[in-house]
Design a protein around this ligand. Sequence first.
Ligand code: OOB
Length: 507
Amino acid sequence: MDVVPYPPEFAARYRAAGYWRGETFGGMLRDLAAAHGERTALAGDGERWSYRRLDERADRLAAGLTRLGVRPGDRVVVHLPNRPSFYEVCFALFRIGALPVFALPAHRAAEIGYFCEFTEAVAYIAPDTHAGFDHRELAAGLKVPNVLVDGDPGPFLALDELRAAGQLQEGDVGVPKLIPRTHDDYIYSFRASAEICGLSERSVYLCALPAAHNFPMSSPGVFGTMSVGGTSVLAPHPGPDACFPLIEAERVTITGLVPPMALLWADSAGRTRHDLSSLEILQVGGAKFTEEAARRVGGVFDCVLQQVFGMAEGLVNYTRPDDPPEIALTTQGRPISPDDEIRVVDDQDAPVPDGEPGHLLTRGPYTIHGYYRAAEHNATAFTPDGFYRTGDIVRVTPGGYLVVEGRAKDQINRGGEKIAAAEVENHLLAHPAVHDASVVAVPDAYLGERTRAHIVARAEVTDAELRAFLRERGLAGYKIPDQFAFAETLPATAVGKVSKRRLRERT
Ligand code: OOB
C-alpha cells in the first residue's frame, strides 16, 4: 500500500466535526480569486501577484503540464526557492490532481535522485541556478522523464514554454521518508492555524524559512495567510539583512523563524535602522527554544512571541497569542485541534504519570497514519491503533501545554534542519577507508546541535577527504558533519549495538 488512509471511522468523525470539508486547493484558490481578486497574494523575487493572477497562472501551467502528460496521481519533485512560482507550481499540480514532492533548496543530487526514483516521479521542477548552484547540472544526472526549469532551461524545457502553451522529510532510517498529506487534512490544519494566530486579510506574512518546509507553508504560513486573503512576502533567505528591509517596506505583521535565527534577529534588532514596529507575532519553532533564548528574544521585539512545535507528519502545537507571556517563554504550546490525541508513554507504551516526561504519541485530524510506500517502517513508526511515534520526549503541564524535554529518535536537529544519522552513516560507510561510522549530535550554543561523525578508519583518511567525498556523493551541505573524531573502536551497548549515548559523552 502506497499511502495508509485514515481509518473510515476516523475520517467520518473528522468530517462530522467539520474539520474536513471536502475542499481542495484548486477550489480554494478559485474562491480566493473571486473574493480577493486584486489583493496581493504573493510578493517576492521582484514580483507581485494578485490572487487573480496566481489563479490564472496556475490554470495556464496546469494546462501546459497536462499537455506534457502529467496525470492525476503522478508525482512531481518540486525544488524551487522562495519565489511566487513555487506556489503557482503547487496550485497547478493540485488542479491536475498530481502530487508535489517537496524538496528543500539545500537538497542535492543524493536526495533529489532518491525522491525521483522512489516516487517514480514524472518530472523534476527547479530553477536554472540558485545561490550559486546550477540545478540543470544536477538534473542532467537524474532518471526522470521530464525536467522543467523556471528560468533559462539549457537543454531542458522552460516552465515559460508550458505557461505559454496553456510535501519531504527526513526520517530516522537510512533514507528520507515521504509524508503523504491530503487536501482535507492539510487545509484544515492551516485554516485552524490562521484562526489561532488571528490572521485576516490585513495580515502580511513574511516567508523567511524555505517555502517547501511545513512551518512556513502551513503553520499558518503562506497557505494559512492565503486562506484568509492576506499577503505573503517571500524572503530570499531568513537573515536580518534580507528580512528587516522587507518587514519595513511591506509592513509585515507575522513571521516564523527557527531558534538560531531568532537569536540572530534579536542581536541585529538593537542596531537596525529599519522600522520593525508592524510585527505583531514572532513565531519560533522547529527546534527547542530554550527559556533563556526565549527571554532574550522576547525582550527585544515589541510583539507577541509564539512558540510552535510541529512536525511535517501532522501535529502542530502553538502557544496562543492571548496566553500569559510566561507560557510562551516556558512551553512549546498546545495542539491545534480538540481532536488531536496526545499520549505520553514509557518505553513499554504504558502511560506515564501526569506531568512526567515520556515518548509523545499522537493521532488526529491532520496527522498521517503512514509514510509513503514504507510498510515495513510504518510497522514501528506507528502504533497498531494508528498513533504516530514522534520520537520526541515531552511532558504535559497542568494547563495542557507540551514541553519538549528531548528526543529519542536517532536524528540531529541542527538549528531546525533535521538530519537522519543513519543516512549520513550510510554515505560515510561507502568510503573505502571507513570501517565504521556513527554520527551523533553535539550541543552547540548557536544551532542547538551540530553533528559529529565518529569514524573507525581502516586506511589513512582525513576529515577534509571525507567531507569532499560526501559532497561528491551529492549530499546536502547541512548534512555534512561539522566535526570528525577518529577512534580505534566505537562503544557498544549490551546487545552489541553502537552506543550513541556513550559516543555523545566522548569529547
Ligand atoms: C517542524 O517539522 P519537521 O518535520 O522539520 O521536524 C519535526 C521535529 C519534531 O518532531 C521535533 O523533534 C522538532 O522537529 N521540533 C521541535 C520544535 N518544533 C519542531 N522541538 C522542540 N521545540 C519545538 N518548538 O520542525 C515544524 C513543522 C511545523 C511547524 C513548526 C515546525
